[in-house]
Design a protein around this ligand. Structure first.
Ligand code: F6R
Length: 355
């Protein structure tokens, strides 16, 4: 029996309950749809020319995903700002969406204050904290998402609630239909990924066993570029493991060359996961095949995550769901609680002591 099929062990290691959080994702999507649906954006209806999503880590990735998803339909540029300062161009016609799960992240708060100062429309999204207070003080629109989660576990809320705001402002279409499709897709996937599904039938458990003890390289493309990055960050935070994300076609023009000189002992400690989708364009498919052939000569640990679902949003979230479960099982194999963080709070504490 695989370690991952021992329910007692899972309960002992998953002290923070990340498994329960993942189990609830399909319902969280619907909950987020309701919260976003209640937003009154009438005050924000200015002549917006750009959207800047301000956030860090688990509160920023939703912005990358929305940007990738909207790339074939949004008339406006969407930029994600992971820093203390807004880009110079952001002004009265820029909609700033400030997302911080805790509401306490200094980088996000600072950039959000800059947005308030520049006079453009703003929306704050948090589970509370200073961001909520600031929005109340300045009479700015704020969407409150449920508390008590790790920010990275709150992705359904942190992606969908702002996305609903953009939809209500008429900046993107088809949102509700795609969220409902994502809900159905994740519900089906959950049946195949949850801990009670034994390893031979469980794709995420098999992937975790496949990449265990290696540095996983996640290769994405287009709207799956931020999906690759999300999986990398989940492997970092949940599994306490180094990981890297790269994207095609770019990696076929540089990273692939690095495989020529990779020392044998290092190559055997690398694994590669290619992200695939049923709707992937042929020009990407042939590039994946070419790169796969090269890396397969250097490491045996080459895998794929295949997105499922009818719509683009469902496909994006399905690959993330597999990746999140993979990072969860990898944490259990590493015998670390996926929820508890060590170094991230250490950095935050050091920074706050110096302010
Ligand atoms: C923790 C996590 C982190 C946080 C980041 C910013 O689960 O994912 O990447 O998201 O430290 O904090 P918040 O999201 O509270 O603004």
């Amino acid at each position: 029996m695989s370690l991952l099929d021992d329910p007692e062990l899972l309960r002992r290691i998953d002290r923070g309950g990340m498994g329960r959080v993942l189990e609830r994702w399909p319902e969280a999507l619907l909950d987020a749809l309701r919260i976003g649906g209640r937003l009154d954006v009438s005050q924000q209806k200015k002549d917006v020319k750009a959207v800047v999503w301000v956030g860090i880590g688990g509160s920023a990735i939703g912005g990358d995903l929305v940007k990738g998803w909207a790339s074939d339909r949004s008339p406006l540029p969407i930029e994600v700002c992971r820093d203390y300062h807004l880009p110079h161009y952001a002004g009265r016609r820029t909609l700033t969406v400030g997302v911080s799960y805790s509401g306490e992240t200094p980088e996000t708060l600072n950039a959000f204050k800059e947005a308030l100062g520049r006079g453009g429309p703003v929306i704050g999204v948090s589970s509370g904290g200073a961001l909520e207070k600031l929005c109340a003080q300045k009479r700015a629109l704020h969407a409150k998402v449920p508390g008590g989660l790790a920010p990275r576990g709150a992705l359904p809320y942190l992606m969908v609630v702002p996305l609903l705001a953009l939809a209500k402002l008429g900046l993107v279409g088809g949102v509700e239909e795609e969220i409902l499709d994502a809900h159905e897709t994740l519900k089906e996937l959950r049946e195949r990924l949850r801990p009670t599904v034994p390893t031979p039938q469980n794709e995420a458990k098999r992937l975790a066993l496949g990449v265990a003890g290696t540095l996983p390289l996640i290769y994405g493309f287009r709207e799956f570029t931020p999906v690759a990055y999300r999986i990398k960050t989940q492997i970092n935070e949940n599994s306490k493991t180094l990981s890297k994300a790269e994207a095609l076609p770019e990696l076929g023009h540089n990273e692939v060359e690095g495989w020529v000189g990779v020392p044998k002992d290092l190559a055997s400690r690398l694994s590669v996961i290619f992200l695939r989708t049923p709707t992937e364009p042929q020009e990407i498919g042939v590039r994946i095949a070419a790169v796969k052939e090269i890396v397969s000569k250097r490491t045996k640990r080459v895998f794929e995550i295949r997105a499922s679902g009818r719509t683009k949003l469902a496909q994006i979230l399905s690959a993330i769901f597999v990746g999140d479960y993979l990072s969860y099982y990898l944490a259990l194999l590493n015998r670390v609680d996926p929820t508890t963080l060590t170094n991230i709070p250490k950095v935050k504490r050091k920074v706050s002591q110096r302010r």
